[in-house]
Design a protein around this ligand. Sequence first.
Ligand code: HMG
Ligand code: MG
Length: 311
Amino acid sequence: MFPTQVTLVEVGPRDGLQNEAQPVGAADKIELVHRLQAAGCRAIEVTSYVSPKWVPQMADNAEVMAGIARRPGVRYSVLVPNMQGLEAALAQPAIRPDEVVVFGAASEAFSRRNINCSIAESVERFRPVVAAAHAAGLKVRAAISCALGCPYQGEVSADEVERVVTLMKGIGVDHCGIADTIGVGTPRRTQAAMERALRHFPLVEVSGHFHDTYGQALANIYACLEMGLHTFDASIAGLGGCPYARGATGNVASEDVVFMLRGMDIDSGIDLDALVDAGSWISGRLGRAPVSRAGKALLARRAAAAAEARA
Ligand code: HMG
Ligand code: MG
């Protein structure tokens, strides 16, 4: 049974930009968030409070949070890998996020590369983060990376996914995000991983995060929609990648997801034309063409219509 409404968590400012080799100024990050919220995005992952030595692109986290003119009804989230990150995120009341994301992995090898500790150690690190975030009134999402495959370990089983899901549940996270970091998942395997998450979290608190490396992301989202899932991460202009996942390319493009949902009469609350404009703008700032297929097609249609009007 398909949902009638879907929540997209726009991760472009964080996942989309964290992997950019060229420096992106805080002003551009802020402008991107403003364009996304103006297009109707109601959940935006803005930045991460991680070590600037590990991810230099996110070093301006506080500046970006401070620069956003917040809109009522929009949830702003940030990644925090440990107490140091949470404390920085909470340090100034005016720039507090609404939500924090702790990020673990279903693969030991990836956990070590990405956050420099084992899965078990990461969960113990997250335990006080979850408690302190809750005490501060924030919601906590957990992201489980490499749930459908790992660049170092290879195959990742549904049992391995469920093990981390239960560990995250045990420390009290509110939400469980299943992430295909390197985009190798296919629909049935995606459904199998989601089914394990749904054994421990309600439908409303399970989401999918699909990188599109092998062109499977929309198919995987469709497979999740069939299960009634209705929360997905997506990234404007298909930006993204993880610096610690070799070969991982961008996330599913938000424009493509909104185009598909619109065609299925599923409401996302997002204005596709404004989203395409935001994607075109950030791609221009980064000096590249948008990766989104729907974005490119709609821009070409607009250009053709403008040329016809001039003729
Ligand atoms: P570590 O080196 O083991 O940490 O890194 P440590 O506790 O030993 O501290 C070492 C240094 O880092 C110290 O500084 C700390 O102060 C500093 P020094 O004394 O050397 O100057 N430090 C911090 N600085 C700022 N903020 C902090 C922080 N913590 C320590 N929060 C650590 C461990 C987790 C910090 C590091 O591995 C790290 O920052 N990793 C982040 C990696 C990352 O951001 N990856 C991308 C995001 S995950 C992702 O993209 C996947 C996702 O999209 C889903 C999917 O697609 O799968 C979510
Ligand atoms: Mg990601």
